[in-house]
Design a protein around this ligand. Sequence first.
Ligand SMILES: [Zn+2]
Ligand SMILES: [Zn+2]
Length: 461
Amino acid sequence: MRMKARAEYATAKIAVWWDMKDCPIPEGYEAGRIRQSIEGELKEKGYSGPVSITAYGDQTQTPVHILQGLFSTGVSVAHTRSESTNHLMYRDIVEWRDENPPPATMMIISDQVVNHLSWDLVRLQQRTLYNLFLAYSIMPEAFIILSRSEEWCWKELLKIKRSAPPLVVVQGAKFYCKSCNFDFQSPKKFTKHLSSYEHAREEAVTTAYKKVLRVTEDWGRNYKATPEFATAKIQVWWDMFDCPIPQGYDACLVRPSIEAAFKELGYNGPVSITAYGDHKHTPLQALSSTGVHVAHTVRGVEYTHMYEDVKDWHDDNPPQTAAIMMVISDSVEIISTGLVDLLQENNYNLFLAYSFRPYKMSYLLTSAEWLWESLLAAGPLKKHSLLHKCSSTAMFYCNLCCFDTKRIDNFRAHILSDEKHAQEEKRIPAHRNSTSQYNRRCRVAEYDRHHLLDPRHSEID
Ligand SMILES: [Zn+2]
Ligand SMILES: [Zn+2]
């Protein structure tokens, strides 16, 4: 809930997808008032663009006067078998996005967003952002990763009293039978169809689609740079605990190897790299001479430090700037809820590298991913391009003491023999243990959720 009715959305079109089973019309509530209630509330919030509404659900049980009330106020009605509602509604959402470029607002009225729609939708949103509203009957228990500018409890939304303008007949609504792929212009013809032999036969002989089709699942991992991002600056946060410099690897080659991987995809913007790790035994000279910043930290709290730096970096990079974030770590999910916000609300792209491929695809949308060791093994583009990258601007930070210096000997002295620093390092383990236990619990829960409770694994198609 971060954005107010921003200028570009104030008069842009608004599409509403409404699951009538999750969010039914309350007893005694006049169907013809639904549009009024929604539009009135949106106007109140500063949105006055044209609103299209489609109601989904098993319409064989819907009384004709309700169909009539919706239709006459321009609300389209789609018949779906209950078990296919998610699938069909989401398919329509994806199709609408293809046909209606932003700026525009999407509003989803359903209790299924968190469990069934959000994974794919949040990936679509990271690629092409629409303003998003949600309404639901049951407040989701899980965290909603989708950035939205408004959300409502369905019943509350309908309850809001307004000086109701007279009901206006709105043209353009249709009735759809999603089972037979027919559309109709009158409630009578629609109900007649739903009780017809042909309709019953069609539903009997075709399998219902239950799963939501994830359209981003087969998106590639490495994309050529689009013109907008070809010269965008690239900020790299490198977790050396998860992704260390391999035994025997020349630390001078880390930066040129990373840059070569970018160039291969057409990314030529300036690269800034910060290496987080325990730097008592790091080849500091080699890293700093190639312009890699060094941040001293302790395992288990490095994510906190990295994420604080991500936020600082974001503060220096306005929302509309094309910029690229790269995280080199095996545990990007620990900071993923923060990252996914940034990716939805800014014009940023994300790169990832890790020491092993994650066992499942993240809801973080990336433009490029690498296996850390393969990236390093590929090496720099040209050997002679190595030296001119040398830079004296590399900084040394101690994340534990908020100490920084440009001098390698000062830094060494600080992390190796400064007493206050030594005390600070001793203080960390208690905190670190609780963090790593917490992280472990999160991962175990995540794994169980994926392997034990996911209904898709018990479903036979
Ligand atoms: Zn039909
Ligand atoms: Zn320190």
